[in-house]
Design a binder for this molecule. Structure first.
Ligand code: F6P
Length: 331
């Protein structure tokens, strides 16, 4: 295939996810293999606005496939949501002759790049930078993809913490409410709950009744259960309030453990690394074909791409069967 040489910029805005580095490596190595020039934009959209751009070579990505976080660093950037921030970002893309911007990130990064793309086309008829979005987030909340980079690792990390907490739960006959991340979604909570064998999974997408939880806790104890795990998605509010209420109504000693940022770091699992490598490779295949403004996704176990606008507008739904299975198996 005859490939037109392009300048590719890679950026990792927003929350880091394990496997981002494996993805960067795949883009850099594939990109250079096909003759492209590859640049890293540091500190996410903030670095784009401030023109923090570095050239990446084959050795820039040596020894990073196993590392969590992102070598390109990240930041939360409010300015990119404003017209003046977007204007500055577009000027940098133009000045650096970036033909393709590959964005590796979560929902906020997706919205950000789509806004920038639309603003670019509105402001300049000759705006030519193409965008490719690669979903990477422990939240797994991107529409159109079965999995995001880092999700599998975050589940494993949460599980190893929960397995430890179980020791105390069972030694003290306690109820444990374990808060997991996921922003306003329960995708991480549901899969963690299923894999942990939790009694309950509470997520923002599904209403729950404290009365029903307390009744089931009491029934469980009557049938011989001695400790329970409740997975609580952070989007559900305040776990300490729930813990107090459960203890008041049931008399069962109830504790809270917030897993927090432990879930976002660490060496990526084999599955996260492979997904990251395949997603990164697919993005360079798109560059080679001259295709842009797509989101790379996993559908029916295969790597594909969909229109950026579809990924932006779609709303991913909780798998009801998986959610129901948690409670069916907790009897
Ligand atoms: O999107 C990833 C995530 O870790 C969410 O699960 C969490 O709500 C959020 O980022 C935390 O963001 P920050 O790093 O800005 O505190």
């Amino acid at each position: 295939m005859k490939v037109r040489i392009q300048n590719i910029g890679i950026i990792t805005p927003g929350g880091d996810a394990p496997g981002m580095n494996a993805c960067i490596r795949a883009i850099v190595r594939n990109g250079i293999f096909y003759g492209h020039k590859v640049y890293g934009i540091m500190y996410g959209y903030k670095g784009l606005i401030e023109d923090e751009v570095i050239a990446l070579n084959l050795r820039s990505v040596s020894g990073i496939i196993y590392r969590g976080g992102t070598i390109l660093k990240s930041s939360r950037c409010e300015e990119i949501k404003t017209p003046s921030g977007m204007k500055k970002a577009l000027e940098v893309l133009k000045k650096r002759n970036i033909d393709y911007l590959i964005i590796i990130g979560g929902d906020g990064s997706l919205q950000g790049c789509y806004r920038l793309l639309k603003y670019g086309h509105r402001m300049a008829a000759n705006f030519s930078t193409k965008m490719i979005f690669i979903p990477a987030s422990i939240d797994n909340d991107i529409y159109g993809t079965e999995e995001t980079i880092g999700f599998d690792t975050a589940i494993d990390t949460a599980l190893s913490a929960i397995d430890n907490i179980r020791d105390t739960a069972s030694s003290f006959d306690r109820v444990f409410i374990i808060e997991v991340m996921g922003r306003e979604h329960g995708f991480l909570a549901v899969d963690v709950g299923l894999a942990a064998g939790a009694e309950f999974v509470l997520i923002p997408e599904m209403p729950y009744s404290i009365e029903k939880i307390c009744r089931q806790l009491k029934d469980g104890r009557a049938s011989g259960k001695t400790s329970e795990i409740i997975i609580f998605a952070e989007g559900c509010g305040e776990p300490y309030v729930l813990a107090k209420e459960i203890q008041r109504r049931t008399g069962l000693e109830t504790r809270v453990s917030r897993l927090g940022y432990i879930q976002r770091g660490g060496s990526p699992t084999a599955r996260s690394r492979i997904l990251a490598t395949l997603f990164g490779t697919h993005s360079v295949d798109l560059v080679n074909k001259g295709i842009g403004n797509r989101a790379v996704v996993l559908q029916n176990g295969k790597v594909r791409d969909i229109d950026l606008s579809v990924a932006v507008r779609g709303r991913k739904k909780i798998n009801r069967n998986t959610y129901d299975l948690v409670s069916r198996l907790a009897i």
